[in-house]
Ligand binder design. Sequence first.
Ligand code: DNO
Length: 397
Amino acid sequence: MFSNLEQTFRWYGPSDPVTLAAIRQTGATGVVTALHHIPSGDVWSIDEIEKRKSVILSAGLTWQVVESVNVHESIKTASGQREQYAEKYITTLENLSQSGIKTVCYNFMPVLDWTRTNIDYRLPNGASALRFHAAALAAFDLYILEREGAYKEFTSQQQQDAKLFLDGLTADEKKTLINNVMAGLPGTKDVLTIDEFKAHLGKYKDIDAAKLKKNLAWFLQTVIPEAEKLGIKMCIHPDDPPFPILGLPRVVSTENDLLDVINASPSPSNGITFCTGSLGARPDNDLPAMIERLGEHIHFLHLRNVQREADGSFYEADHLGGSTDMYAVMKGVIHEQKKREEAGREDVAIPMRPDHGHKLLDDFNYNTFPGYSAIGRLKGLAELRGLEMGIKHTLYR
Ligand code: DNO
């Protein structure tokens, strides 16, 4: 029988309340991490990489995937400094490769990484989940950010719903909404101010989706050939949510977008992070069909589920619940593994991680990064590994 998926867990580094010892107890063997303390765009030195690697190794785990080496804004906006930042990016890849770390996740979302309006959405059973509430984001956009041109993007019904939502907020709830939306890059506790965010938005004034895609193609054509020489597998993470927000374009949201990424610089080093949570927030993304067609390019799996709501909102459901058929997804993944085995590919054990988790039980006693509780993710991992074993044994034993 071919290898199982490589089970990994994200770790935000030494300041993460979820320790490596705890991760080891989940049964995961790989760690997914980044040097979050190094500002976006700066080179990761071999020293720093080795230091992090040895902490992970001494906990009995391996550093399986880097998530993420962030792409500097100057590359996304094609500003004058992009060559210099691409060079630094490549140097970081060289250093990672020298340390034997060969899978690198990144994204191409302008300014913000993933966005949620509510990071403590209570489910009927008392668990806490993350939610993207469309009316809350519209309220932020229209009445807090007061973005020019925003009105045109919402129907009058949406505007009314947003106003109603805003009027129902206490001053504290309004502050929380601002903090949630303006949260900086993952692994940091930074929060952008409204003015900082407006300055960033200004840089995208003349960048529509077509231009952003062009800038992404430039990045790929510059970096992928180097990654290939180094044996590094790059894997782009889809947009989360997978549609434009706050006037910013999004270009990694659909199957066509992913095909454009792959075709911009065809190479085994130009792959994707198949995130079922991000892609699953769009009803027109048929996830099992996408795995069938794009499977060979998947270098990393984020497995999680969202429950879509009628108005474009969604909340994070149980890993095996929600709108995505996780059985069909896992079956597709196992089928892809079988194809790889038959083709003699070495990457049958695709690294997967249970993405996000609810806050459950003792999780409420820790100040973890939103979505990255220990017990909630452990529950997700346990369910997913059971699903994997069940399907695999049914099909191939
Ligand atoms: C959220 C994550 C994202 C992801 C980056 C990849 O939990 O999946 O923040 O790490 O977008 O670059």
